[in-house]
Ligand binder design. Structure first.
Ligand code: PGA
Length: 250
């Protein structure tokens, strides 16, 4: 039985004060929330420590949006898995399309980051998805397959219980243009097949695969009703407590 994971990706938004305000509302809501789903906030590095203290006694998990693969060293401006572990972060986004697009992160680098996260007991959420050009050229499946095969290279089957995948078509992120629930389910079911080919049926049936890209309170239920989709990675709509709660509650 796969438990849906509803994750907010705050991106480069929220001061510490704003983060705490939002997290407190979500923590309050989560006290009486008893549907079987996991809730996660992926916040900026600067707010993680403060958020941990607020979320510690709640059901809401805490995630980072990126990390370096080395434990320490001369990497000015980077954050290591040990530092995230020190704060008590549960999850980390790996390979969000904005990291791929603006910071030139490629699958080889993401593979190192995935391995580092797993080694330190932080659950990676591996983000994959095609651009508009790739969809128009009908290569969306090949694109996500390559991203998955290369990023998972050398990762053992027994790590899989700690890996989440997020399918986020780049053309649907922050654009208000959601993939239709059928389009999203088609690719996610295809990803499940890729995992089956790489590992086995049991792993492919158990891995959590989220959809992301313009998810809102008004479309969450339809998307989440699809059989292969296990929750959402939510950007813009996770910045307001009320809207994010509508999604969590879908
Ligand atoms: P969006 O972003 O919900 O604002 O489209 C999703 C994401 O980038 O994870």
């Amino acid at each position: 039985m796969r438990v849906p994971l509803i994750a907010g990706n705050w991106k480069m938004n929220n001061t510490i004060e704003e983060s705490l305000y939002l997290a407190k509302s979500l923590a309050e809501f989560s006290k009486s929330f008893n549907k079987d789903r996991e809730i996660l906030i992926c916040a900026p590095f600067t707010a993680l420590y403060a958020l941990k203290t607020v979320l510690k006694s709640s059901k809401i998990k805490l995630g980072a949006q990126n990390m370096h693969y080395e434990e320490s060293g001369a990497y000015t401006g980077e954050i290591s898995p040990l530092m995230l572990k020190d704060i008590g972060v549960d999850y980390v986004l790996i390979g969000h399309s904005e990291r791929r697009q603006y910071f030139n992160e490629n699958d080889e680098l993401l593979n190192k980051k995935l391995k580092a996260a797993l080694k330190h007991g932080i659950k990676p959420i591996l983000c994959v998805g095609e651009t508009l050009e790739q969809r128009e050229a009908n290569v969306e499946k090949e694109t996500v397959k390559t991203q998955i095969v290369k990023s998972l290279c050398g990762i053992d089957a027994d790590c899989f219980k700690n890996i989440v995948i997020a399918y986020e078509p780049v053309w649907a992120i922050g654009t208000g243009k959601t993939a239709s629930s059928d389009q999203a389910n088609e690719i996610i079911s295809y990803i499940r097949n890729v995992i089956k080919e790489l590992y086995d049926e049991e792993i492919s049936e158990n891995v959590i695969i989220q959809y992301g890209g313009s998810v809102k309170g008004s479309n969450a239920a339809e998307i989440m009703a699809k059989p292969d989709i296990d929750g959402a990675l939510v950007g813009g709509a996770s910045l307001k407590a009320e809207e994010f709660i509508n999604i969590i509650n879908y």
